[in-house]
Write a protein that binds this ligand. Sequence first.
Ligand code: ADP
Ligand code: MG
Length: 288
Amino acid sequence: MIRFEQVSVTYGDAAAPAVQGVDLTVPEGELCLLVGPSGVGKSTVLNAVCGLVPHFTGGTLHGRVTVDGRDTRTHRPRELADVVGTVGQDPLAHFVTDTVEDELAYGMESLGLAPDVMRRRVEETLDLLGLAGLRDRALTTLSGGQMQRVAIGSVLTTHPKVLVLDEPTSALDPAAAEEVLSVLQRLVHDLGTTVLLAEHRLERVIQYADQVILLPAPGAPPVMGSPSEIMAISPVHPPVVALGRLAQWSPLPLTVRDARRRAAPLRDHLRDRTPPPAGRPEPAPGPG
Ligand code: ADP
Ligand code: MG
């Protein structure tokens, strides 16, 4: 559904490409998580999918990016809007209308759909995202999780096959993040939407991912694999993965619940040991 062929992106007169050697395929209907340390090029990869790179950011793209067969070199972001929906970290910065219902309708306006089709799609989307009770609310009065659901809804009304999200839960509290992730999961399972998601709060999303793409370091080509394969080698990983690596558990636990089920033998093994005197703790793996 999303295909990168030997892609590199170099911004302005930067000495080196921001990303290079990107050669991968995200299959239809999967939730694919993009991870890596800060500054490694995650947003660059996402923006290459919706065409913002290079059409809006400038810079040079070598290789080829296609989404549902459309080459982003020859299709500008607007010509991809019916295939790719894009959601960022701060929905309020991108809202163009004042109320929930208007915001959902706005996304379709450029498509020239008949009014009754637009009406129906707004209703569908309100229901799908659990927003029907909020339809008349002013956007500024919504909670963070509600705003993010409206942002997702506003790109869903065009029925895109692909949804690209750049750190959609980073600014949210855990409950709101959960709200957004369960919506994404429903889209993948019920509608077969392909989701490509960058997130540095991995503990929130790793258990939902079908596959993970790791950008290990600036300029290094990406590595793609199952969540536990990639978590075994990723410099950014949730604390529960750090524990699993230390205890040499295989496959690695991806959730606290997984870890708890594996922990009994470790607990027995450590029972008669005395913890070393408190010293400097190991530096925790920081967020990307
Ligand atoms: P990430 O999302 O992983 O933090 P980015 O894709 O934002 O990484 O950035 C990758 C590199 O490209 C960084 O060195 C960043 O400074 C640079 N960069 C990102 N966007 C632009 C831009 N529009 N113009 C110039 N340089 C950019
Ligand atoms: Mg980024």
